[in-house]
Design a protein around this ligand. Structure first.
Ligand SMILES: [Zn+2]
Length: 339
């Protein structure tokens, strides 16, 4: 199964833009009117019998029924006769607005709301560690390269930006050069987002539970490696991953990140700080050896399993690889719902 999200960019003419703006304006008015009507009605019913405000109260007759989706739609039909501007907008669009106002007031017919499925933490699990060397390392030993779209296109961006600054301020050519810069920025952002979605789907193919670190993104972005951190866009990736997991019915949870690279996933002992250049985790206690990011991902996975209440068999007590051991202690795999 492959579900990808497509985004299309409209390129409307000026006349079309004007029409869209006009529609939006009418929608805004209709929405605000409907919301206001509801709020007034609610406020008119709020005043306690023995304590009216000295200043003012909303007064709506006691026998007037509360505004509903149907009554507001009827009012809209009436209003269209008097306000021709409303007719420009497709009637279904305006009705949808009334519906949107209706939702928070909890008057929806039960069929319209679909309850979100409860995803239970069972089945195969994965831990993920995001880093600079690899964009993501997975506890099953896989690593994904960092695409660094920004770095690749950075020199191109620089030369384009230089061209902008060389052009006369306010000139047509400057505007054209600026447009090229914007397009490149957009391209970089799209490349990144696309990669994040692909990776997220890929991970969902592998597991029923995914655990990731709770990153201190603000702290990272301020640090020495800030540019690379922002370029990698981990925050966006984790957001996309959680969305993707929700859609695919995969359990997703973040776990504390502190010290994931200083713990041995096999014997769970502190192994001390690693230098950034030290790419391999080698435990001085049990001799476990693997890629440092993969080891961190395995620690994340163990923490996640612990957090959702699975007893984790210490790897030192079993033989084979970490994944086999972890699977041993999991409950029977349940087919998780695929949406
Ligand atoms: Zn160890």
């Amino acid at each position: 199964m492959f579900t990808l999200v497509y985004e299309f960019k409209l390129k409307p003419t000026n006349a079309q833009i004007a029409t869209f703006e006009e529609w939006l304006e009418q929608c805004r008015k209709v929405y605000n009117y409907a919301l206001c009507e509801r709020k007034h009605w609610v406020n008119s019913r709020k005043c306690p019998v023995n304590a009216c405000s000295i200043k003012s109260e909303y007064i709506i007759p006691a026998n007037q029924p509360a505004p509903t989706y149907n009554s507001q739609c009827e009012n809209l039909t009436q209003a269209k006769k008097n306000i021709p501007a409303l007719k420009q907008v497709h009637s279904q669009v305006l009705q949808n607005l009334q519906w949107k106002v209706d939702v928070p007031f909890d008057k929806l017919p039960s069929t319209s709301l679909r309850a979100s499925p409860e995803i239970s933490p069972t089945g195969t699990s994965l831990g993920i560690d995001v880093g600079l060397m690899h964009f993501a390392a997975v506890s099953n030993g896989q690593t994904f390269p960092n695409p660094r779209p920004f770095k690749r296109l950075e020199s191109k961006l620089k030369s384009l930006q230089k061209k902008v600054s060389n052009k006369r301020f306010g000139s047509n050519n400057r505007a054209k050069a600026q447009a090229k810069v914007s397009r490149l920025h957009e391209r970089i952002a799209n490349t990144r987002k696309n990669y994040h979605w692909e990776l997220a789907h890929n991970l969902c193919d592998w597991a029923d539970m995914i655990f990731a670190e709770q990153l201190n993104l603000k702290g990272l972005a301020r640090g020495m490696l800030s540019k690379s951190c922002l370029d990698a866009g981990w925050g966006q990736f984790l957001d996309i991953l959680s969305q993707c997991c929700f859609k695919r019915g995969v359990y997703f949870q973040k776990v504390p990140a502190a010290g994931t690279s200083q713990t041995c996933p096999k014997c769970l002992k502190e192994t001390g700080r690693k230098k950034l250049s030290q790419r391999v985790h080698k435990c001085q206690y049990c001799g476990y050896e693997c890629d440092r990011d993969v080891a961190a991902a395995q620690v994340v996975e163990l923490r996640g399993l612990e957090a959702v209440g699975h007893t984790v068999v210490k790897l030192s007590e079993g033989k084979g690889s970490i994944l086999e051991d972890v699977k041993l202690c999991l409950p029977v795999t349940e087919e998780s719902p695929r949406l």
